[in-house]
Write a protein that binds this ligand. Structure first.
Ligand code: MN
Length: 752
């Protein structure tokens, strides 16, 4: 099994070491790190790296990680990951890795470091140091920190690469953290860091991150697949060996005079898991558990020709599926990936994916951006190859420069959408090409052409047909934008806009408009309410007005004073009404001016109309994933109370990584009296009495209460869905087993 994650047993404790042994181990780690970089470092470089090592060791002296290990292991491991796994070996990178946590966790400051190391190092470490200031309420600290990392990207991509190495090591050692922290970190990794690694082309790292996430969020699923892979390994190896044999033979007869390596690569546990989930199939029905990789060591000017030669040789032996040919050599993926893929039919009737590539392409496929850098120095003909990733980096930079003030959560969501590599190609009436992210609409296109055109856009002619603003573009569409001077940006646009450029522009002008309304509202409120205050002197009156504004905000159930001004400015809250309530308020406070105690009471009376008791209520089960007692779950605070989601809910990664401050950790009550809803999907071959038999199984479990059963038959294949109330996953699993025993039923799975 070539899966990337080692399964740790529960009692996986670090071996007890003496202080001296720990020191020795640190030196071993240091030497190991250097061994991957030494050839590329000058003697001065090595001295500088050593200086950083000594400084960091002194600064972290005595500190320990949660696992009990010396803290210094962590920066050393991060540096080792950069050198060994990403092939980042410059002195700047290694020094930055070694010192990356020093500013945050020790007494040393960035200024101290600036006296000892070059500016590039300082820039990188600054970017990696978390923000420690207090946040406005509602902002997510995680999102803020992530934004900070990205801001530094505009000056040095290495910040991102080191951040990824840092995250990888933290994920590898996640077992020593408490459960709730593990799940939160794993979700954040899944939501942002794995896609980021993918975008940087770090394929190996991305797979390992995903596997580790799965291990902590869905431990049962992870263990199940790992076990199945192990169980089927011998069989698989035998199959691969047999499959390769004729290819090897053919290679030895033809005149390819370059070394060729062929091996079978097992897919990652995570990718198998998501396939089972997405296609709703059991493990045994997944045919592509592995891919065959043929790597040829050939000079760059001949690689394309030889890859196609091998393709032809393979497809002479095995019939290819014409729909599954992918030529990423002629047009590399936008993260730089190059390879030739085909899926062929094996002798035993199984489809097998074959990937053909050169050593250079293989290096880029595994190590991405870092490998790009290396080859960039060596070859002359790589402008083309570079351009896609550079194009993306430019776009990210543009986004960063424009949007320093947007809300961090929005920002991270925008950034995340830019990680998605799928793109759509559209043309202006004059034939200019615009590349937009998939899902982009006519309105996105208008903003791409020009911000002012976007703001006044009312629709478009797509291939000469009139289409609305939210029409989704297809490849090759030609668009003529229609605009009107009466048009202005709407809040509702944000619901369908897909590109961050357009979203930012709309948000910015809405914000400007809002600011104007608030100003106008503020002026009106003061003007109208001040005369009502009628007190002894102006200064006191002003104070009184300010105090009472809070109460008005509460009375109208608004979120802030600004909100109140906004409502007034917009005309939604009539000034006459506001004045009336204010008058009552003033009268009430005047007549109740007695003891402080009574003041308190009267204050409460004043905000009558609002429910003064705090609503706690029963937690609600989220309708998106129907949790059952026994599932791994977490809670999210919302205005309507706490909502419970399954850890595997499709919304979980976003909720956990973006709204960490609203997460509540919940456990199932021991008595599982409450039943909850579960949805079961069935598939199989229809026969007479099928529905009856299924219903019988369900009703035999007398405590199960089916809410709806729906079966759809098409050409003797049926697909069905059963919704029912059930208590506990144990009982549900038993029901699933029973259902799968019904004659004709092929698959039974629980769906969200
Ligand atoms: Mn760290």
């Amino acid at each position: 099994m070539s899966s990337s994650v080692k399964i740790l047993s529960a009692d996986d404790q670090p071996i007890q070491m003496s202080l001296e042994e720990e020191k020795q181990h640190m030196i071993r780690l240091y030497r190991s790190m250097l061994s991957y970089a030494r050839d590329r470092l000058s003697s001065q470089d090595i001295k500088d790296v050593k200086r950083a090592f000594v400084l960091a060791s002194e600064a972290h002296e005595g500190m320990r990680r949660r696992s009990g290990e010396p803290y210094m292991y962590h920066p050393l491991e991060v540096a080792r990951i950069c050198a060994r796994e990403i092939h980042l070996t410059s002195a700047t990178t290694l020094i930055s890795c070694l010192l990356h946590d020093v500013v945050e966790d020790t007494d040393l400051t960035l200024e101290d470091l600036a006296k000892r190391f070059e500016p590039a190092v300082i820039n990188i470490i600054g970017g990696l140091t978390k923000i420690s200031t207090v946040f406005e309420q509602g902002t997510s600290e995680q999102a803020e920190n992530f934004r900070k990392v990205l801001l530094t990207l505009s000056s040095d991509v290495r910040v991102i690469l080191i951040k990824l190495a840092d995250r990888l090591h933290n994920m590898r050692t996640l077992h020593s953290l408490p459960r709730r922290k593990r799940i939160r970190i794993a979700s954040e990794t899944m939501y942002l860091y794995a896609p980021l690694a993918h975008r940087m082309g770090l394929h190996v790292m991305k797979s390992e991150l995903e596997d580790l996430c799965l291990k902590y969020t869905e431990p049962d699923g992870f263990r199940y697949i790992a076990h199945k892979l192990k169980q089927t390994k011998v069989q698989r190896d035998r199959f691969i060996k047999k499959f390769i044999q004729p290819i090897k033979k053919a290679l030895s007869f033809c005149e390819i005079n370059y070394p060729v390596v062929i091996n079978g690569r097992t897919k990652s546990i995570y990718s198998i898991w998501s396939k089972m989930k997405k296609q709703r199939i059991p493990f045994k029905d997944i045919y592509d558990l592995f891919a065959l990789r043929i790597v040829i060591d050939v000079p760059e000017d001949r690689e394309k020709e030889l890859c196609w030669q091998i393709y032809s040789l393979v497809t002479d032996i095995y019939k290819p599926n014409p729909d599954r040919l992918r030529d990423w050599i002629s047009t590399p993926k936008s993260n730089g990936y190059e390879s030739l893929h085909t899926t062929v039919m094996s002798g035993s009737g199984q489809w097998v994916e074959v990937q053909i590539r050169s050593c250079r392409m293989d290096e880029i496929a595994e190590r991405g951006y870092a490998a790009h850098w290396r080859y960039k120095e060596q070859t002359t003909d790589s402008q083309n190859r570079e351009s896609m990733l550079d194009h993306w980096l430019l776009k990210v930079r543009g986004m960063l420069e424009n949007k320093i003030q947007t809300d961090a959560v929005d920002f991270v969501q925008d950034f995340r959408s830019s990680l998605q590599t799928r793109e759509v190609y559209a043309f202006t009436p004059k034939g200019r090409l615009c590349i937009l992210s998939e899902g982009a609409t006519v309105l996105d296109f208008a903003f791409e052409v020009h911000t002012e055109i976007g703001k006044t856009c009312i629709g478009g002619k797509v291939n000469h047909q009139l289409q609305p603003l939210n029409y989704k573009l297809k490849n090759g569409d030609q668009i003529e934008i229609l605009s009107s001077s009466q048009q202005r940006p709407q809040e509702a646009w944000l619901k369908f806009l897909a590109t961050s450029k357009a979203r930012n522009a709309v948000r910015q002008s809405l914000e400007e408009e809002r600011r104007e309304l608030v100003e106008r509202g503020k002026h009106q409120v003061r003007e109208h309410l001040f005369p009502i205050t009628k007190g002894e002197n102006e200064e006191k009156d002003m104070k009184k007005l300010n105090n009472n504004l809070d109460k008005l905000v509460q009375y109208f159930q608004l979120s802030s004073e600004k909100d109140l001004y906004h409502q007034v400015g917009e005309g939604k809250l009539p000034l006459s009404k506001l004045a009336k309530i204010y008058e009552q308020l003033i009268q009430a406070t005047n007549s109740n001016k007695k003891t402080p105690e009574e003041m308190g009471n009267s204050k409460k009376a004043m905000i009558l109309g609002l429910d003064s008791t705090h609503k706690h209520g029963e937690p609600q089960l989220a309708p998106c994933c129907h949790p059952l007692p026994g599932d791994e779950v977490f809670g999210v605070k919302t205005y309507e109370g706490v909502k419970i989601h399954r850890n595997s809910c499709k919304n979980a990664p976003e909720l956990l990584s973006q709204h960490g401050d609203q997460i509540v950790w919940v456990e199932w009550n021991q008595d599982l009296e409450n039943r909850s809803m579960a949805v079961i999907s069935l598939r199989g071959f229809d026969r007479r009495g099928m529905t009856r038999d299924i219903m019988q199984v369900i009703s035999v479990e007398s405590e199960i209460n089916a809410q709806s059963v729906y079966l759809n038959v098409n050409n003797s294949i049926f697909e069905g869905e059963v919704k029912l109330y059930i208590n506990g996953t144990e009982r549900l699993n038993r029901l699933l087993d029973r259902l799968s025993e019904v004659k004709g039923v092929v698959s039974v799975v629980r769906s969200d």
